[in-house]
Design a protein around this ligand. Structure first.
Ligand code: ZN
Length: 204
């Protein structure tokens, strides 16, 4: 990508992408071993290719979203991910970074759009999701009870501020792990997702 936001970000660092892929692979394996949450059947790989927007071109080939299909009931299970935030085209790290900027209010959306290459209407949609949808999710109600953010603070800003780490990269990576319950179907509600603070993230 030619714009400064992405060129200077960690999204062009192959070590970061490789780290995120390993986290996803470990989570997928946990999901597979647990079997189908509906019928207990054996899960078979049904991964599918993704073309993640926002990732450096060199890293964009051969990217797969881990996913499973139950051998018995044919149901699909897609594990949580630190690389993809649900079905969004953009990679999770970019979604978080840019959302934090858009929620901050210090930079105009038009400027963020120009620097990131992400359309203003998408930025508005993301901002609305964080402001209106995210606080109403059951996952947030569970997490909020455990961590008690100050009332009134936007969840994403609170998260990026709270996550341990000396660098933005470390805090961002931990935030992605923390947000995994929002990104897949396997771990919803059952607490199987690993704890964000226990993950050793790259500090370089
Ligand atoms: Zn099943």
């Amino acid at each position: 990508m030619s714009h400064t936001l992405c060129r200077s970000s960690m999204l062009s660092d192959p070590r970061v992408w490789s780290f995120l892929t390993q986290v996803d692979a470990a989570e997928a394996e946990t999901c597979r071993k647990a079997g189908c949450p509906r019928c207990g059947g054996v899960l078979h790989s049904a991964r599918y290719p993704r073309k993640p927007y926002g990732l450096a071109v060199a890293l964009r080939g051969d990217v797969w979203r881990f996913s499973f299909c139950c051998a018995a009931c044919r149901g699909r299970e897609t594990p949580p991910s630190v690389r993809f935030f649900g079905r969004r085209f953009y990679v999770g790290a970019l979604f978080l970074l840019v959302s934090a900027l858009a929620l901050g209010g210090g930079v105009r959306l038009q400027t963020i759009a120009r620097r990131s290459g992400i359309p203003v209407r998408t930025l508005k949609r993301w901002r609305r999701w964080w402001q209106e949808t995210f606080p109403t999710t059951p996952e947030w109600r569970v997490k909020r009870g455990a961590l008690a953010p100050p009332p009134g603070e936007a969840p994403l800003r609170w998260l990026l501020r709270t996550m341990r780490g000396h660098t933005l990269r470390a805090r961002l990576l931990r935030s992605l792990v923390w947000l995994m319950p929002w990104t897949g179907s396997c771990a919803l509600g059952d607490g199987r997702t690993m704890s964000a603070e226990s993950v050793s993230v790259m500090t370089a």
